[in-house]
Structure formats: C-alpha cells, structure tokens
Design a protein around this ligand. Structure first.
Ligand SMILES: C[S@@+](CC[C@H](N)C(=O)[O-])C[C@H]1O[C@@H](n2cnc3c(N)ncnc32)[C@H](O)[C@@H]1O
Length: 300
C-alpha cells in the first residue's frame, strides 16, 4: 500500500516485516523484485483493501497499517486502463479485481443514476446536463473515452481554467467502477480491528470525498459517545482511537516540486488505544448514503 521507495526504506529495519496489498495484478512484478531482496520480511498479496482480513496473519503483531489510496502514476500512464481523460484507449478504469468497466456504466445506467454518480462522487455541478447528453449520444454510438470528454466539454456551463473539464466526471466514474467508497470504509474498519493496541493507522488520500470519510471515521472512534452529561460514566464506551493531530499533514512545497502527484495528498493518522467491540453498525449507518450509490451497480 505504500510507495515502493518507502517500502524499501522501511525494510532497512531488519526486524520489521511488511505485508503489502494491491488490487492491481501488475503491481505483483514490482513486489516480486522487492521480495527477491527481502525474502524473509516482505510478503505481497494481490487483494483489495476490503479483503484485508483474508491476509494470512499467523499471529503477526501488526503495529502499523498504511493506506496509500487512489491510483499510481504507472496506472494513469497505462492507456489500456482508461483512467485518464487523455487516453485514446477504452473507457475501462478497472484497477484490478473488478466486476464491470466504466464503459458498461456509461452505456447502460439510466440518466438519473449517472447524474447521481457524477454529482455525489465527483461533486460535478453540471451532472444533470452531462447525464442527459450521454443518453442522447449513446443512442448513436457506443461512448468511448474521447467521446465522453467531448460530451462533458459541450455540456459545461462554465469552462474552468485550472482543471480539465472532465476531471470530476472521470473521478466519479473511477470511484464507482472500483467501489472506492466501500473499499475505503471496509479498509478503515478492518484495519482498526487487526491493529494491535498502541498501533498506528495512517491514511494518505487524494480527493476530498476520501478525506471526509477518513476524518469522519476517525472522529467517530475517537470521541466519547456520551450523549448526555447525566449519563453515568460506566456506560460510556471507551474511545478506540486517539487522534494526535486533528488537521491533516500536507506535502511541503519542496515535496510538491519533486513529486507533482503529491500536491493533493492529505495524510491523517490515529493510534489505537483500546480494543474494539461492535462499532461497524454505526460506521455503515454514517456512510449509508454513499454506500447506497455504489449499489446502483446491481442494475448492471
Ligand atoms: C497511490 S498508488 C500507490 C502505489 C504503490 N504503493 C507504489 O508505490 O507504486 C495506490 C495503489 O493502491 C491500489 N489500490 C487502490 N485501491 C485499492 C483497493 N481497494 N485495494 C487494493 N489496492 C488498491 C492501486 O492499484 C494503486 O497501485
């Protein structure tokens, strides 16, 4: 889950073991190289975050879990994956271990569903106009990446100078195709469960929706759930997490110069201070609205 360079730095500590997970089967090749040099203290699994509990842990003492979310530079440059609006390739967007492609979504779901996805997963202001145009255009031809870019361009009320017109629609589709909301929510829940007491959980996110979910999750598990000051202390559940910093850590200007992709990154971390009982219900309830949008894929 962390950058290969970072993994190598962590592996310099001889007693530290890394268990790495990535859904993209191509990352296996990078992992194999690391494994050759560090056979004893490195293991890789081609698994999704939501399957974190499927990793064979053999009583491992998990002291830290790091999530490096989103997609990599290698993935965006791989035009067959169709993650970029610059791509001439298929409208695909599957990072690995997926069920359906972006092409299936754009060419199958109805107008209202597409509008909801663009609006809530992309915060796209012109979601209604874009969805309407997609329905008209797809009656003529199957919509591919460049066709979608044209549709978005011609539907926008305002042209934005700083970002590409298609950024938000492509982000929304990528989140939907890769089920990034449930992946993140499951990843958050399962990581806190397998982490040892006093262990640290770290999330690096790249868009505001991801960051909002992490921030809310951390808040829910780090604030005493005392609803009334008259409530006796002995029925208050102890906090599971402790937040050391409320604000996220952002990259420095120097880092952004060296690594442009880091400019939108936000890092949040928390320490597990108590073992947890059933806290999932409250988390699923909190994110129900977003999780239900992902369920629109059941229509595909
Ligand atoms: C920012 S990149 C980090 C890349 C990698 N650590 C490296 O150094 O090359 C994010 C990685 O997370 C993977 N990823 C995204 N969502 C995932 C998920 N739900 N489960 C597993 N891996 C995921 C992507 O395939 C991508 O390789």
């Amino acid at each position: 889950m962390v950058k290969a360079v970072t993994q190598k730095k962590i592996l310099k500590f001889p007693k530290t073991k890394i268990i790495a997970l990535d859904r993209d089967p191509n990352s296996q090749k990078v992992a194999e190289k690391i494994k050759i040099e560090n056979s004893k203290n490195f293991d890789f699994y081609n698994l999704k975050f939501s399957n974190l509990d499927k990793v064979h842990l053999k009583n491992e003492n998990i002291k830290a879990i790091i999530f490096d979310l989103g997609f990599s530079y290698i993935q965006i440059k791989d035009y067959q994956k169709g993650l970029s609006f610059k791509s001439e390739g298929p409208l695909d967007m599957r990072m690995g271990l997926n069920e359906f492609s972006a092409s299936k979504v754009i060419n199958t779901l109805d107008q209202k569903d597409l509008e909801i996805i663009f609006k809530f997963f992309g915060e796209e202001k012109d979601s209604k106009r874009i969805a309407k145009k997609i329905i008209i255009e797809r009656k003529k031809n199957l919509i591919d990446t460049q066709k979608l870019v044209k549709i978005v361009n011609s539907s926008k009320k305002k042209n934005y100078k700083k970002t590409h017109n298609s950024t938000k629609v492509f982000q929304a589709l990528r989140i939907f195709v890769n089920k990034e909301i449930s992946e993140l929510v499951e990843g958050l829940i399962k990581s806190v469960k397998i982490l040892k007491k006093n262990g640290i959980v770290i999330f690096i996110s790249f868009h505001s929706l991801e960051d909002k979910i992490i921030k809310t999750f951390f808040r829910l598990l780090s604030e005493n759930n005392k609803t009334s000051r008259y409530m006796p202390d002995n029925i208050i559940k102890p906090n599971i997490l402790k937040l050391v910093k409320k604000k996220p850590i952002l990259p420095s200007n120097k880092e952004i110069k060296l690594n442009k992709q880091s400019r939108s990154a936000k890092l949040r971390y928390a320490i597990k201070i108590n073992d947890c009982d059933n806290f999932e219900k409250k988390i699923y309830e909190k994110f129900k609205f977003l999780l239900d949008i992902e369920k629109l894929s059941e229509k595909l």
